[in-house]
Ligand binder design. Structure first.
Ligand SMILES: *Cc1c(COP(=O)(O)O)cnc(C)c1O
Length: 378
């Protein structure tokens, strides 16, 4: 049996007619960038995320970058974030000229630990503390970070909060949606995200009228009116084609999310029956709406061998993320070393994402757990 990590073709089959219809309409209109399709999507996403505004942008990475720019974060400012995330989180910070300050994660949820943020702030000199401008938590794998405590720290030190919600559209914390709690919520429509476009795309949510306005100016090189530039922005525009496809897919998102959650529940049952809990740890659900962009298990030992074994059995897996960001070569100038963030380092070397996509069948799930059991009992 073949079980890919993600099977976008089977999802496409279910929406193909609608996609082709809207693509044809856009081809006929020859209207490709921003415009009414993007505006419609912005309204829909703001509604879905329960925020006042949304601004469509060119990617999730650019959603982070434009938010940092709108927050006036730049040279020598500092931004606190997690070392256990996709590179774009810290990459965007560094590209503004600011310095990422890494703090460790909560070992249960893999999300940034509020206690570690608080401790890092308390341990700084007064001068350094004054240079910290923002916190960028990531809602990793589809589960919200502990936003209540993160927002408390942000209020205490007057910090901006930029949520990296690229993996978490529709996820909730205390009944609030990802992207609706901080000053900015950054989403990605990369095809492997729960709400993926047919190419690159992203969106930024905010409840602030002023920030919303600034995002829209920055998105078009900082020009308003056109060709008059009060600030320096970039080309952060979203395509009409991508917006139209995302709008169409949004109608199915809750159904797909429910299927992912049911698959997660089914894995829990199968793993419990397999009785390999001494070797395999399951994701811990602390928040009330985990949307399972990934189902990530932790393996006590021989994670890489398990991955090869599953690969031979035609089961797709992925390691998110093999090198925590504080140990990336490009950040060596920041002077972190191995051992600085034990929880992040442990996660990087012991976790494995297994297939969780909505169209996954019961037989496929049975097979995945059976093969993992076989490896563990070898
Ligand atoms: C996917 C992702 C991004 C970047 O999104 P792109 O659309 O690929 O630029 C940023 N942060 C996290 C946590 C992501 O998973």
């Amino acid at each position: 049996m073949k079980v890919p990590l993600l099977d976008l073709k089977s999802q496409y089959k279910t929406i193909k007619d609608d996609v082709l219809k809207v693509v044809e309409e856009i081809f006929e209109s020859q209207y490709f960038i921003l415009g009414p399709r993007v505006e419609a999507l912005e309204k829909e996403i703001a509604g879905y995320c329960r925020t006042r505004h949304a601004t469509g942008v060119s990617s999730g990475t650019d959603a982070l970058l434009i938010s940092l720019m709108a927050a006036d974060i730049g040279h020598n400012d500092k931004v606190i974030t997690t070392p256990y995330t996709f590179f774009a989180t810290a990459g965007a910070i560094a590209r503004t000229g600011a310095i990422p300050i890494f703090v460790d994660i909560d070992q249960d949820t893999y999300n940034i630990s509020p206690e570690c943020i608080d401790r890092a702030m308390a341990d700084m000199s007064e001068e350094e503390r004054a240079s910290v401008k923002a916190i960028m938590p990531v809602h990793l794998y589809g589960q919200c970070a502990d936003m209540q405590n993160i927002l408390k720290i942000a209020r205490k030190y007057n910090l901006i909060v930029i949520e990296d919600a690229a993996q978490a559209i529709g996820a909730e914390h205390n009944g609030m949606r990802a992207g609706a709690m901080g000053d900015f919520g950054c989403f990605s429509f990369f095809p492997s995200k729960n709400l993926g476009a047919f190419g690159d795309g992203g969106i930024v949510t905010t409840n602030s009228e002023a920030l919303h306005d600034k995002l829209r100016i920055l998105r078009v090189h900082g020009g308003r009116p056109k060709y008059y530039h009060k600030m320096i922005g970039g080309n952060f525009r979203l395509d009409a084609l991508q917006a139209a496809i995302v709008s169409l897919k949004l109608l199915h998102l809750d159904k797909w999310t429910k299927a992912r959650q049911e698959n997660a529940g089914r894995y829990r049952k199968l793993f419990a029956d397999a009785d390999i809990g001494d070797m395999v740890g399951l994701p811990i659900e602390k928040e009330n709406r985990h949307i399972y962009n990934q189902f990530v298990i932790s393996i006590k030992e021989k994670r890489d061998e398990l991955r090869l074994f599953l690969n031979d059995a035609k089961i797709g897996t992925e390691i998110y993320y093999p090198v925590p960001l504080h140990l990336q070569e490009c950040f060596s100038c920041l002077d972190y070393k191995k051992g600085d963030f034990p929880a992040a380092e442990y996660a990087a070397s012991h976790t494995l994402a297994i297939p969780i996509y909505p169209e996954l069948s019961d037989d496929q799930q049975d097979y995945v757990v059976e093969k993992i059991k076989e490896f563990v009992r070898l």
